[in-house]
Design a protein around this ligand. Structure first.
Ligand code: GDG
Length: 429
């Protein structure tokens, strides 16, 4: 992530991560001036740790159990082993008194393991995804171990306050810690807990959106789409948490009732390939493609599909051109830690055009009050929000967009990283 790249560059930092391959081969040692340390993972570990415990146990459990989480002891054991390997790599690489910042749900045991190995280092942890309510988290057979793992940090950051208080309440409920939602006492230490909403690289996005080539590309995209009156857009990793099918169903019903009309209205859905070997994801792709082909079969014209579906990873500049070409951006996750797509769209629209339909269950909803807010489980509600967004008056469109831009541009991703690290510096060792 480029925000972390510049933070690491300015502090002579070192990045520890998985190389991305299960083959044993020489990994690069430097990236853009940053020293890299690769942690190795075999094929079976990748399956148990990454596909298994991380993405088939924790991911669904932390996203409202939209799909049933699977619990396997062997996956858990590999999660412990791989976390230990990361902790050992950090313990070996960190200078005396160094700051170590651990990221995301795959590495929740590392804070405690690292503290045991290196009590001299300052440890921060940031969770990019939601932290579930007590009733769900209690399902996890290893809930105490995960909580204790996280409590090894000096500072635990979440996207939104609600997630932070879910965690603190859970830690107290398990009698592991005492204290308030933001300051916990654990094994004689103080652990700070807080919300640090992540953001985007506003300057980079604004520069790309103002670039002549991007603007021309946006125009040619609209021409390719047949110069419709309204372009609707969705951009997501192809993930069952993102509510993609639900929004296509809403669009389909709007074509059926005549609120949207083929030729005048068109939707583009980018679904970036993701975790394709997992059965839930394979099923999601299959079902989504079924829904897309139904809507096109029912309402498309020759040479004029009503939903253009791209199952591809596009260059970022192309994504920005799509954001510029879109009149209505639809972001309807059932649950999302933050959702950067919504913020990227807003930052692209310096022309104050464009409407955002946004799920109230995305972390971004707390900051983007100018969006047309929806409950993603409520199909009629999504349809109504799209209708309103399509027909909005120009003044309301501008007011809503400038409200959202003011808020988003106030704190970019660099401010996010700095504010987390500043809060971490203030923790007592
Ligand atoms: C997790 C949490 C949290 C998408 N398609 C393409 C592409 N993208 C980029 C977007 C955006 C990113 O991927 C997606 O970020 P999101 O935040 O929307 O969602 P997750 O991937 O689920 O991210 C989430 C995030 O972590 C950060 O903490 O907000 O809640 O789930 O930046 O632009 N990029 C390119 N081509 C594509 O086709 N190049």
């Amino acid at each position: 992530m480029s925000a972390l790249t510049s933070v690491l560059q300015s502090r002579n930092g070192l990045w520890i991560g998985w190389s991305g391959s299960t083959e044993r081969r020489e990994a690069p040692k430097v990236y853009e001036g940053i020293r890299l340390v690769a942690v190795e993972m075999g094929k079976e570990e990748y399956e148990n740790f990454y596909l298994g415990f991380s993405n088939a146990t924790l991911w669904p459990l932390y996203h409202d159990a939209i799909r049933a989480p699977t619990f396997h002891r062997v996956w858990w054991q590999t999660y412990v082993d791989v976390n230990r390997r990361f902790a050992e790599a950090a313990a070996e690489a960190a200078a005396p008194g160094a700051t170590v910042w651990i990221h995301d749900y795959q590495l929740q045991l590392v804070p405690r393991m690292l503290r045991q190995l290196r009590p001299d280092v300052r440890i921060g942890f940031f969770l990019h995804i939601p932290f579930p309510p007590i009733e769900l988290f209690m399902q996890l057979p290893w809930r105490r171990e995960i909580l204790a793992g996280l409590l090894g940090a000096d500072l635990i950051g979440f996207q939104v306050r609600h997630a932070a208080s879910n965690f603190s309440r859970m830690a107290r409920r398990q009698s592991l810690a005492t204290g308030t939602d933001s300051i916990l006492e654990y094994e004689g230490r103080t652990v700070r807990v807080g919300a640090f909403p992540i953001s985007v690289d506003c300057r980079q996005i604004v520069a790309l959106a103002n670039d002549r080539a991007t603007r021309e590309r946006a125009q040619s995209l609209r021409a390719d789409l047949g110069e419709p009156e309204v372009v609707l857009l969705g951009v997501d990793r192809l993930d069952y948490t993102k509510g993609i099918q639900q929004r296509i169903k809403a669009v389909s019903e709007l074509f059926e009732e005549g609120s949207l009309v083929a030729g005048r209205h068109v939707m583009v859905q980018v679904a970036v390939p993701s975790r394709e070997t997992d059965a839930h994801y394979e099923r999601e792709r299959h079902d989504l493609e079924q829904v897309v082909s139904e809507v096109n079969g029912d309402y498309g014209l020759v040479g004029r599909p009503v939903v253009h579906y791209l199952h591809q990873n596009l260059p970022f500049a192309e994504l920005v051109a799509l954001y510029l070409a879109a009149d209505v951006m639809i972001v309807t996750p059932f649950r999302d830690g933050m959702n950067l797509v919504a913020k990227e769209y807003v930052m692209c629209r310096g022309d104050l055009r464009g409407r955002l339909v946004l799920s109230e269950f995305a972390g971004a909803a707390g900051e983007l009050g100018g969006a047309f807010m929806v409950n993603p489980h409520d199909l009629e509600g999504i349809k109504e929000a799209i209708r309103l967004a399509v027909d909005v008056a120009p003044k309301e469109e501008r007011d809503r967009m400038s409200r959202m831009r003011r808020r988003t541009s106030r704190r970019d991703v660099y401010d996010w990283a700095e504010s987390f690290l500043a809060a971490l510096r203030q923790t007592s060792l």
